[in-house]
Ligand binder design. Sequence first.
Ligand code: DOR
Length: 458
Amino acid sequence: MLNRKSLLITGGRIIDPAQGRDGPGSVLVEDGAIEWLGPEGADLPEGDYEVMNVPGMIVCPGFIDLHCHLREPGDEAKETIRTGARAAARGGFTTICCMPNTDPPIDTVTMVKYIRKRAAEEAVIRVLPIGCVTRRRKGNALVAISRLAAAGAVGFSDDGSPVSRNDLMQRALEICRAPGTPVIDHCEDLTLADAGVINEGIIARQFGLRGIPNAAEEKMVARDLELARKTGGRLHLAHISTAGSVGLIRKAKAEGLQVTCEVTPHHLTLKQDEVIHHGAMAKVNPPLRMEKDRVALVLGLVDDVIDCIATDHAPHTAADKDKRIEDAAFGISGFETALGSLMRLVHAGEISLEKVIAKLTIGPAKILGGKFSKLGTLAIGAPADITIFSPHEEWLVESKRFVSKGHNTPLEGALLKGKVIATVYNGNIVYRDNMPGRKPELKILRVNINTDDRTIQN
Ligand code: DOR
Protein backbone atom coordinates (compact mmCIF):
# COMPACT_ATOMS: atom_id res chain seq x y z
CA MET A 1 0.00 0.00 0.00
CA LEU A 2 1.37 3.39 -0.99
CA ASN A 3 0.59 5.89 1.70
CA ARG A 4 2.07 9.02 0.23
CA LYS A 5 0.56 10.95 -2.61
CA SER A 6 2.14 9.83 -5.85
CA LEU A 7 1.90 10.75 -9.51
CA LEU A 8 0.34 8.41 -12.03
CA ILE A 9 0.86 9.22 -15.69
CA THR A 10 -1.70 7.32 -17.68
CA GLY A 11 -3.43 7.15 -21.05
CA GLY A 12 -0.29 7.69 -23.14
CA ARG A 13 2.00 5.48 -25.19
CA ILE A 14 5.04 4.54 -23.15
CA ILE A 15 8.26 4.25 -25.12
CA ASP A 16 11.32 3.14 -23.17
CA PRO A 17 13.97 1.82 -25.57
CA ALA A 18 16.17 0.70 -22.65
CA GLN A 19 13.54 -1.87 -21.72
CA GLY A 20 12.32 -2.52 -25.26
CA ARG A 21 8.93 -1.21 -24.16
CA ASP A 22 6.48 0.43 -26.55
CA GLY A 23 2.74 0.48 -25.93
CA PRO A 24 -0.15 2.04 -24.07
CA GLY A 25 0.33 2.00 -20.33
CA SER A 26 0.77 3.86 -17.08
CA VAL A 27 3.74 4.84 -15.00
CA LEU A 28 3.58 5.50 -11.28
CA VAL A 29 6.04 7.79 -9.56
CA GLU A 30 6.67 7.71 -5.83
CA ASP A 31 9.29 9.59 -3.82
CA GLY A 32 11.11 10.72 -6.92
CA ALA A 33 11.54 7.23 -8.38
CA ILE A 34 9.66 5.00 -10.82
CA GLU A 35 7.52 2.86 -8.53
CA TRP A 36 5.49 0.88 -11.01
CA LEU A 37 5.01 0.55 -14.74
CA GLY A 38 2.25 -1.39 -16.42
CA PRO A 39 0.40 -1.87 -19.66
CA GLU A 40 -3.04 -0.40 -20.29
CA GLY A 41 -5.63 -2.15 -18.16
CA ALA A 42 -3.17 -3.56 -15.62
CA ASP A 43 -4.24 -3.41 -11.98
CA LEU A 44 -2.71 -0.41 -10.27
CA PRO A 45 -1.07 -0.71 -6.87
CA GLU A 46 -3.28 0.57 -4.05
CA GLY A 47 -2.93 4.20 -3.03
CA ASP A 48 -3.87 7.80 -3.59
CA TYR A 49 -2.42 9.26 -6.73
CA GLU A 50 -2.32 12.50 -8.47
CA VAL A 51 -3.21 11.50 -12.02
CA MET A 52 -1.99 13.02 -15.23
CA ASN A 53 -4.08 11.71 -18.07
CA VAL A 54 -2.26 12.13 -21.37
CA PRO A 55 -4.14 10.44 -24.21
CA GLY A 56 -2.37 10.67 -27.56
CA MET A 57 0.93 11.54 -25.90
CA ILE A 58 4.27 9.77 -25.83
CA VAL A 59 5.59 9.09 -22.32
CA CYS A 60 9.32 8.36 -22.29
CA PRO A 61 12.42 8.75 -20.13
CA GLY A 62 13.55 12.36 -19.67
CA PHE A 63 15.95 13.49 -22.37
CA ILE A 64 19.66 13.73 -21.57
CA ASP A 65 21.86 16.29 -23.33
CA LEU A 66 25.60 15.70 -23.19
CA HIS A 67 26.48 19.02 -24.78
CA CYS A 68 25.19 22.50 -24.00
CA HIS A 69 26.49 25.95 -23.14
CA LEU A 70 24.99 27.70 -20.11
CA ARG A 71 27.39 30.69 -20.16
CA GLU A 72 27.54 31.01 -16.37
CA PRO A 73 29.79 32.37 -15.04
CA GLY A 74 30.93 35.23 -17.20
CA ASP A 75 28.34 35.68 -19.91
CA GLU A 76 25.02 35.85 -18.10
CA ALA A 77 23.57 38.15 -20.76
CA LYS A 78 23.55 35.10 -23.06
CA GLU A 79 22.25 32.52 -20.56
CA THR A 80 22.42 31.48 -16.92
CA ILE A 81 22.21 28.10 -15.26
CA ARG A 82 18.70 29.04 -14.19
CA THR A 83 17.40 30.13 -17.61
CA GLY A 84 19.27 27.40 -19.46
CA ALA A 85 17.87 24.69 -17.21
CA ARG A 86 14.33 26.06 -17.59
CA ALA A 87 14.73 26.17 -21.37
CA ALA A 88 16.02 22.61 -21.31
CA ALA A 89 13.03 21.47 -19.23
CA ARG A 90 10.77 23.10 -21.82
CA GLY A 91 12.57 21.03 -24.43
CA GLY A 92 11.95 17.81 -22.48
CA PHE A 93 15.45 17.50 -21.00
CA THR A 94 15.93 16.35 -17.42
CA THR A 95 19.73 16.04 -17.44
CA ILE A 96 22.11 18.40 -19.23
CA CYS A 97 25.90 18.57 -19.27
CA CYS A 98 27.35 22.04 -19.56
CA MET A 99 30.50 22.82 -21.47
CA PRO A 100 33.35 24.61 -19.70
CA ASN A 101 33.92 27.50 -22.13
CA THR A 102 32.74 29.96 -19.51
CA ASP A 103 34.64 32.90 -18.01
CA PRO A 104 36.48 31.75 -16.00
CA PRO A 105 36.48 28.31 -17.61
CA ILE A 106 35.69 25.18 -15.59
CA ASP A 107 39.28 24.08 -15.18
CA THR A 108 39.70 23.72 -11.40
CA VAL A 109 38.10 21.73 -8.61
CA THR A 110 36.75 25.01 -7.24
CA MET A 111 35.01 25.76 -10.53
CA VAL A 112 33.51 22.28 -10.80
CA LYS A 113 32.15 22.64 -7.27
CA TYR A 114 30.90 26.13 -8.05
CA ILE A 115 28.86 24.93 -11.04
CA ARG A 116 27.42 22.09 -8.99
CA LYS A 117 26.46 24.52 -6.23
CA ARG A 118 24.85 26.96 -8.65
CA ALA A 119 23.01 24.06 -10.31
CA ALA A 120 21.69 22.87 -6.94
CA GLU A 121 20.53 26.41 -6.14
CA GLU A 122 19.14 27.45 -9.50
CA ALA A 123 18.36 24.60 -11.87
CA VAL A 124 14.97 22.89 -12.18
CA ILE A 125 16.68 19.81 -13.64
CA ARG A 126 19.99 17.95 -13.25
CA VAL A 127 22.95 20.01 -14.50
CA LEU A 128 26.31 18.22 -14.69
CA PRO A 129 29.57 20.06 -15.31
CA ILE A 130 32.11 19.11 -17.95
CA GLY A 131 35.66 20.19 -17.11
CA CYS A 132 38.27 21.60 -19.48
CA VAL A 133 40.96 19.32 -20.87
CA THR A 134 43.56 22.10 -20.77
CA ARG A 135 44.09 24.97 -18.39
CA ARG A 136 42.12 28.07 -19.39
CA ARG A 137 41.27 26.09 -22.56
CA LYS A 138 44.53 27.39 -23.96
CA GLY A 139 45.80 24.05 -25.17
CA ASN A 140 49.16 24.20 -23.37
CA ALA A 141 48.85 22.15 -20.17
CA LEU A 142 46.37 19.62 -18.82
CA VAL A 143 44.00 20.36 -15.94
CA ALA A 144 44.12 18.08 -12.88
CA ILE A 145 41.79 15.64 -14.62
CA SER A 146 41.49 13.04 -11.85
CA ARG A 147 40.81 15.66 -9.19
CA LEU A 148 38.17 17.37 -11.31
CA ALA A 149 36.54 13.99 -11.99
CA ALA A 150 36.48 13.26 -8.26
CA ALA A 151 34.83 16.67 -7.71
CA GLY A 152 32.04 15.78 -10.14
CA ALA A 153 33.17 16.62 -13.68
CA VAL A 154 31.38 14.07 -15.88
CA GLY A 155 33.59 14.57 -18.93
CA PHE A 156 36.46 16.69 -20.21
CA SER A 157 36.42 19.00 -23.21
CA ASP A 158 37.87 22.23 -24.57
CA ASP A 159 34.72 22.54 -26.69
CA GLY A 160 34.63 25.60 -28.85
CA SER A 161 38.25 24.65 -29.53
CA PRO A 162 39.93 21.34 -30.28
CA VAL A 163 42.73 19.86 -28.19
CA SER A 164 45.22 20.50 -30.96
CA ARG A 165 48.36 19.14 -29.30
CA ASN A 166 48.64 15.41 -29.93
CA ASP A 167 50.65 14.76 -26.76
CA LEU A 168 48.06 16.44 -24.52
CA MET A 169 45.16 14.61 -26.14
CA GLN A 170 47.01 11.33 -25.78
CA ARG A 171 47.76 11.99 -22.11
CA ALA A 172 44.17 13.06 -21.38
CA LEU A 173 42.91 9.81 -22.90
CA GLU A 174 45.41 7.82 -20.83
CA ILE A 175 44.35 9.50 -17.59
CA CYS A 176 40.66 9.06 -18.36
CA ARG A 177 41.04 5.36 -19.16
CA ALA A 178 40.72 4.13 -15.58
CA PRO A 179 37.71 6.18 -14.41
CA GLY A 180 36.12 5.72 -17.85
CA THR A 181 35.28 9.43 -18.02
CA PRO A 182 34.93 10.56 -21.61
CA VAL A 183 37.32 13.00 -23.25
CA ILE A 184 34.98 14.93 -25.53
CA ASP A 185 36.78 16.46 -28.47
CA HIS A 186 35.62 19.31 -30.66
CA CYS A 187 37.20 18.00 -33.84
CA GLU A 188 38.60 20.86 -35.84
CA ASP A 189 42.02 21.15 -37.41
CA LEU A 190 42.46 24.90 -37.07
CA THR A 191 44.96 25.14 -39.89
CA LEU A 192 42.46 23.58 -42.29
CA ALA A 193 39.48 25.47 -40.88
CA ASP A 194 41.55 28.61 -41.49
CA ALA A 195 39.17 30.97 -39.68
CA GLY A 196 36.35 29.86 -41.97
CA VAL A 197 32.81 31.10 -41.51
CA ILE A 198 30.49 28.59 -43.20
CA ASN A 199 30.81 25.28 -45.03
CA GLU A 200 33.36 25.26 -47.82
CA GLY A 201 31.51 25.04 -51.13
CA ILE A 202 29.32 26.82 -53.58
CA ILE A 203 27.57 29.10 -51.08
CA ALA A 204 30.82 30.23 -49.44
CA ARG A 205 32.23 30.99 -52.90
CA GLN A 206 29.08 32.81 -53.98
CA PHE A 207 29.14 35.07 -50.93
CA GLY A 208 32.90 35.45 -50.86
CA LEU A 209 33.14 33.85 -47.41
CA ARG A 210 35.93 31.66 -46.10
CA GLY A 211 34.86 28.04 -46.11
CA ILE A 212 35.43 25.34 -43.48
CA PRO A 213 36.17 22.07 -45.32
CA ASN A 214 34.95 18.66 -44.18
CA ALA A 215 38.61 17.70 -43.91
CA ALA A 216 39.08 20.13 -40.98
CA GLU A 217 36.84 17.85 -38.94
CA GLU A 218 37.84 14.51 -40.43
CA LYS A 219 41.56 15.10 -39.94
CA MET A 220 40.98 15.54 -36.20
CA VAL A 221 38.52 12.64 -35.99
CA ALA A 222 41.18 10.40 -37.59
CA ARG A 223 43.84 11.66 -35.17
CA ASP A 224 41.60 11.12 -32.15
CA LEU A 225 40.68 7.61 -33.26
CA GLU A 226 44.36 6.81 -33.64
CA LEU A 227 45.09 8.05 -30.12
CA ALA A 228 42.11 6.16 -28.68
CA ARG A 229 43.39 3.01 -30.38
CA LYS A 230 46.81 3.56 -28.88
CA THR A 231 45.71 4.45 -25.34
CA GLY A 232 42.44 2.57 -24.87
CA GLY A 233 41.06 5.83 -23.47
CA ARG A 234 37.38 6.83 -23.53
CA LEU A 235 36.99 9.06 -26.56
CA HIS A 236 33.72 10.85 -27.31
CA LEU A 237 33.52 12.94 -30.47
CA ALA A 238 31.33 16.04 -30.22
CA HIS A 239 28.92 17.35 -32.87
CA ILE A 240 30.14 15.34 -35.85
CA SER A 241 28.92 16.84 -39.10
CA THR A 242 30.38 15.07 -42.14
CA ALA A 243 29.85 11.85 -44.06
CA GLY A 244 33.59 11.25 -43.82
CA SER A 245 33.53 11.39 -40.01
CA VAL A 246 30.68 8.87 -39.92
CA GLY A 247 32.73 6.58 -42.18
CA LEU A 248 35.84 6.83 -39.98
CA ILE A 249 33.87 6.13 -36.81
CA ARG A 250 32.01 3.26 -38.45
CA LYS A 251 35.32 1.65 -39.33
CA ALA A 252 36.79 2.21 -35.87
CA LYS A 253 33.73 0.69 -34.17
CA ALA A 254 33.89 -2.31 -36.49
CA GLU A 255 37.46 -2.81 -35.24
CA GLY A 256 36.13 -2.82 -31.68
CA LEU A 257 37.34 0.59 -30.57
CA GLN A 258 35.42 1.99 -27.56
CA VAL A 259 34.63 5.30 -29.20
CA THR A 260 31.32 7.16 -28.96
CA CYS A 261 29.98 10.21 -30.77
CA GLU A 262 27.10 12.63 -30.94
CA VAL A 263 25.23 14.59 -33.59
CA THR A 264 23.09 17.72 -33.21
CA PRO A 265 19.47 18.19 -34.31
CA HIS A 266 20.62 21.01 -36.63
CA HIS A 267 23.19 18.91 -38.47
CA LEU A 268 20.55 16.17 -38.87
CA THR A 269 17.92 18.47 -40.31
CA LEU A 270 19.49 21.56 -41.88
CA LYS A 271 21.96 22.22 -44.71
CA GLN A 272 24.39 24.93 -45.71
CA ASP A 273 21.80 26.84 -47.76
CA GLU A 274 20.11 27.93 -44.50
CA VAL A 275 22.78 30.63 -44.48
CA ILE A 276 21.18 32.21 -47.56
CA HIS A 277 17.86 32.63 -45.73
CA HIS A 278 18.95 33.12 -42.15
CA GLY A 279 22.44 34.59 -42.39
CA ALA A 280 24.34 34.55 -39.10
CA MET A 281 21.50 32.70 -37.34
CA ALA A 282 22.61 29.65 -39.33
CA LYS A 283 26.29 30.20 -38.49
CA VAL A 284 27.42 27.37 -36.29
CA ASN A 285 30.60 25.43 -35.67
CA PRO A 286 30.92 22.88 -37.19
CA PRO A 287 29.00 24.46 -40.07
CA LEU A 288 25.81 23.15 -41.62
CA ARG A 289 26.97 20.91 -44.45
CA MET A 290 25.53 19.32 -47.58
CA GLU A 291 22.69 16.88 -48.15
CA LYS A 292 25.07 13.95 -48.54
CA ASP A 293 26.51 14.71 -45.11
CA ARG A 294 23.07 15.12 -43.54
CA VAL A 295 21.93 11.79 -44.98
CA ALA A 296 25.08 10.05 -43.73
CA LEU A 297 24.45 11.43 -40.24
CA VAL A 298 20.87 10.15 -40.24
CA LEU A 299 22.03 6.73 -41.46
CA GLY A 300 24.75 6.75 -38.82
CA LEU A 301 22.09 7.23 -36.15
CA VAL A 302 19.85 4.55 -37.63
CA ASP A 303 22.62 1.93 -37.58
CA ASP A 304 24.09 3.04 -34.24
CA VAL A 305 27.44 4.35 -35.49
CA ILE A 306 26.27 7.55 -33.79
CA ASP A 307 25.47 6.96 -30.14
CA CYS A 308 23.42 9.96 -29.16
CA ILE A 309 21.86 13.26 -30.10
CA ALA A 310 23.18 16.34 -28.27
CA THR A 311 21.87 19.87 -28.78
CA ASP A 312 25.07 21.95 -28.58
CA HIS A 313 22.66 24.59 -27.27
CA ALA A 314 24.75 27.73 -27.82
CA PRO A 315 22.82 30.85 -26.79
CA HIS A 316 24.08 34.27 -27.88
CA THR A 317 22.84 37.85 -27.49
CA ALA A 318 21.17 39.62 -30.41
CA ALA A 319 24.21 41.92 -30.56
CA ASP A 320 26.56 38.95 -31.01
CA LYS A 321 24.52 37.67 -33.96
CA ASP A 322 23.41 40.95 -35.51
CA LYS A 323 26.69 41.50 -37.32
CA ARG A 324 28.29 40.74 -40.65
CA ILE A 325 28.30 36.96 -40.86
CA GLU A 326 32.12 36.97 -40.73
CA ASP A 327 32.03 38.66 -37.32
CA ALA A 328 28.95 37.04 -35.77
CA ALA A 329 29.23 34.36 -33.08
CA PHE A 330 28.92 30.66 -33.94
CA GLY A 331 25.98 28.86 -32.38
CA ILE A 332 22.29 27.99 -32.29
CA SER A 333 19.94 28.13 -29.30
CA GLY A 334 18.76 24.54 -29.46
CA PHE A 335 16.97 23.23 -26.37
CA GLU A 336 13.48 24.35 -27.25
CA THR A 337 13.45 23.26 -30.88
CA ALA A 338 15.33 19.95 -30.51
CA LEU A 339 12.34 17.61 -30.32
CA GLY A 340 10.29 19.43 -32.96
CA SER A 341 13.30 19.39 -35.32
CA LEU A 342 13.94 15.69 -34.77
CA MET A 343 10.28 14.88 -35.31
CA ARG A 344 10.70 16.20 -38.85
CA LEU A 345 12.89 13.17 -39.49
CA VAL A 346 10.32 10.85 -37.92
CA HIS A 347 7.41 12.33 -39.89
CA ALA A 348 9.48 12.13 -43.09
CA GLY A 349 10.10 8.42 -42.42
CA GLU A 350 13.86 8.88 -42.20
CA ILE A 351 14.15 7.42 -38.70
CA SER A 352 11.86 5.73 -36.20
CA LEU A 353 10.43 7.48 -33.17
CA GLU A 354 11.84 4.75 -30.96
CA LYS A 355 15.35 5.37 -32.32
CA VAL A 356 15.14 9.13 -31.76
CA ILE A 357 14.03 8.54 -28.17
CA ALA A 358 16.82 5.99 -27.64
CA LYS A 359 19.40 8.53 -28.82
CA LEU A 360 18.07 11.12 -26.37
CA THR A 361 17.81 8.78 -23.38
CA ILE A 362 19.64 5.47 -22.98
CA GLY A 363 22.26 6.47 -25.59
CA PRO A 364 23.67 9.43 -23.63
CA ALA A 365 23.10 7.70 -20.26
CA LYS A 366 25.45 4.90 -21.32
CA ILE A 367 28.11 7.41 -22.31
CA LEU A 368 27.90 9.13 -18.92
CA GLY A 369 28.20 5.72 -17.31
CA GLY A 370 28.83 5.13 -13.61
CA LYS A 371 25.98 6.19 -11.37
CA PHE A 372 24.36 7.99 -14.30
CA SER A 373 23.80 4.77 -16.20
CA LYS A 374 20.60 4.32 -14.21
CA LEU A 375 19.21 7.38 -16.03
CA GLY A 376 17.59 7.25 -19.43
CA THR A 377 15.03 4.58 -18.58
CA LEU A 378 11.66 4.19 -16.89
CA ALA A 379 12.80 0.99 -15.17
CA ILE A 380 11.39 0.47 -11.69
CA GLY A 381 13.67 2.16 -9.16
CA ALA A 382 15.14 4.61 -11.69
CA PRO A 383 14.90 8.35 -10.93
CA ALA A 384 11.49 9.58 -12.08
CA ASP A 385 12.71 11.72 -14.98
CA ILE A 386 9.96 11.64 -17.59
CA THR A 387 9.17 13.51 -20.78
CA ILE A 388 5.64 13.68 -22.14
CA PHE A 389 5.17 14.96 -25.66
CA SER A 390 2.69 15.16 -28.46
CA PRO A 391 4.15 13.68 -31.65
CA HIS A 392 1.58 15.46 -33.83
CA GLU A 393 0.95 18.88 -32.38
CA GLU A 394 2.15 21.67 -34.66
CA TRP A 395 3.63 24.87 -33.35
CA LEU A 396 5.32 27.89 -34.78
CA VAL A 397 8.86 28.71 -33.70
CA GLU A 398 8.83 32.23 -32.32
CA SER A 399 12.14 32.91 -30.64
CA LYS A 400 10.65 35.74 -28.60
CA ARG A 401 8.75 33.04 -26.71
CA PHE A 402 11.91 31.07 -25.86
CA VAL A 403 12.63 30.58 -22.20
CA SER A 404 16.31 30.62 -23.10
CA LYS A 405 17.94 34.04 -23.22
CA GLY A 406 19.40 32.98 -26.54
CA HIS A 407 16.93 33.76 -29.32
CA ASN A 408 19.42 32.79 -32.01
CA THR A 409 17.76 30.22 -34.23
CA PRO A 410 17.60 29.59 -37.96
CA LEU A 411 14.15 28.08 -37.35
CA GLU A 412 12.38 31.38 -36.72
CA GLY A 413 8.89 31.10 -38.25
CA ALA A 414 9.21 27.37 -38.93
CA LEU A 415 6.25 25.10 -38.27
CA LEU A 416 7.37 22.11 -36.21
CA LYS A 417 5.26 19.04 -35.54
CA GLY A 418 6.00 17.56 -32.13
CA LYS A 419 5.78 19.38 -28.83
CA VAL A 420 6.78 18.73 -25.25
CA ILE A 421 3.70 18.86 -23.02
CA ALA A 422 5.25 18.18 -19.63
CA THR A 423 8.61 17.35 -18.08
CA VAL A 424 8.95 15.50 -14.80
CA TYR A 425 12.24 15.62 -12.96
CA ASN A 426 12.82 13.53 -9.83
CA GLY A 427 9.08 13.03 -9.58
CA ASN A 428 8.23 16.74 -9.79
CA ILE A 429 6.55 18.42 -12.73
CA VAL A 430 9.10 21.04 -13.73
CA TYR A 431 7.51 22.09 -17.00
CA ARG A 432 3.95 22.07 -18.30
CA ASP A 433 2.80 23.40 -21.62
CA ASN A 434 0.39 26.27 -20.99
CA MET A 435 -1.49 26.33 -24.27
CA PRO A 436 -5.23 26.55 -23.51
CA GLY A 437 -6.80 23.12 -23.82
CA ARG A 438 -3.39 21.46 -23.94
CA LYS A 439 -2.71 21.54 -20.23
CA PRO A 440 -2.80 17.97 -18.91
CA GLU A 441 -5.25 17.95 -16.06
CA LEU A 442 -4.22 16.71 -12.67
CA LYS A 443 -6.78 14.75 -10.69
CA ILE A 444 -6.71 12.52 -7.64
CA LEU A 445 -7.27 8.82 -8.16
CA ARG A 446 -7.99 6.54 -5.22
CA VAL A 447 -7.33 2.88 -5.86
CA ASN A 448 -8.31 0.28 -3.33
CA ILE A 449 -7.98 -3.18 -4.73
CA ASN A 450 -9.90 -4.86 -1.89
CA THR A 451 -13.13 -2.99 -2.46
CA ASP A 452 -12.50 -2.46 -6.14
CA ASP A 453 -13.03 1.23 -5.48
CA ARG A 454 -11.53 3.16 -8.36
CA THR A 455 -12.60 6.74 -8.26
CA ILE A 456 -11.27 9.88 -9.83
CA GLN A 457 -11.82 13.14 -8.00
CA ASN A 458 -11.03 16.62 -9.14
O1 DOR B 1 28.60 26.83 -32.74
C1 DOR B 1 29.21 26.64 -31.71
N1 DOR B 1 29.04 27.42 -30.62
N2 DOR B 1 30.12 25.65 -31.68
C2 DOR B 1 30.97 25.50 -30.65
O2 DOR B 1 31.77 24.61 -30.70
C3 DOR B 1 30.93 26.43 -29.50
C4 DOR B 1 29.61 27.07 -29.38
C5 DOR B 1 29.59 28.25 -28.44
O3 DOR B 1 30.16 28.17 -27.35
O4 DOR B 1 28.94 29.25 -28.77
